[in-house]
Design a protein. Structure first.
Length: 190
């Protein structure tokens, strides 16, 4: 009888272990089924998106293969381009006016005299005449170069070049102009 009880006891434990194992297996199967269902739902959503994209591509192909843009669209586009061009031209004119104003203001604010004073300078060395020469005295301002100075005088109608200024000022080093230094600007030959 003891043997039968031991066999029944072992059989009971085996059945309990089998049931526990079946429950764990069932839980894993349920998890896998849930994941599978999620994947199927995601696949269905992707299929709908692909269908919508295919339809959109088909419509775009039909439009591009068709007669192209209609005449009204082309006319609207042409009108817009003309309007933009008019605005561009107006902007260009405004910019040129502003640059002109800045040139006038910039000439006097950079240390240059609005009206250069006419002086007579006895030419030495570099003068071709060897006598007195008419011209203007200029006081060098910060940032000035001979080219900038010559351009400022040309903007006032006095035709002079950097080379002429250099020739009229023997010993002048154009690379080391000093603020406040006075240089002679020759007047154009008459």
């Amino acid at each position: 009888m003891k043997r039968i009880l031991i066999w029944i006891f072992i059989l009971g434990i085996s059945l309990a272990a089998a049931r526990a194992q079946d429950a764990a297996t069932q839980q894993q199967i349920d998890q896998i089924n849930g994941r599978l269902q999620d994947l199927q739902d995601a696949q269905a959503v992707q299929a709908k998106r692909i269908t919508a994209l295919e339809k959109e591509i088909s419509e775009l192909r039909d439009k591009s293969n068709g007669s192209g843009a209609n005449p009204d669209d082309l006319q609207k586009l042409a009108d817009q381009v003309q309007e933009i061009d008019k605005k561009r031209q107006a902007d260009r004119e405004l910019i040129l006016k502003e640059i002109g104003k800045l040139g006038k203001v910039g000439g006097s604010s950079s240390g240059r005299k609005s009206t250069p004073s006419v002086t007579t300078n006895t030419a030495t060395g570099g003068s071709s005449t060897g006598g007195k020469e008419n011209g203007y005295e200029y006081k060098v301002a910060a940032g000035d170069t001979l080219s900038i100075i010559a351009k400022a005088y040309r903007d006032r109608g006095i035709k002079v070049t950097a080379e002429q200024i250099l020739k009229a000022n023997p010993g002048l080093d154009p690379k080391s102009l000093k603020v406040g230094q006075k240089i002679f600007i020759p007047a154009p030959a008459q």
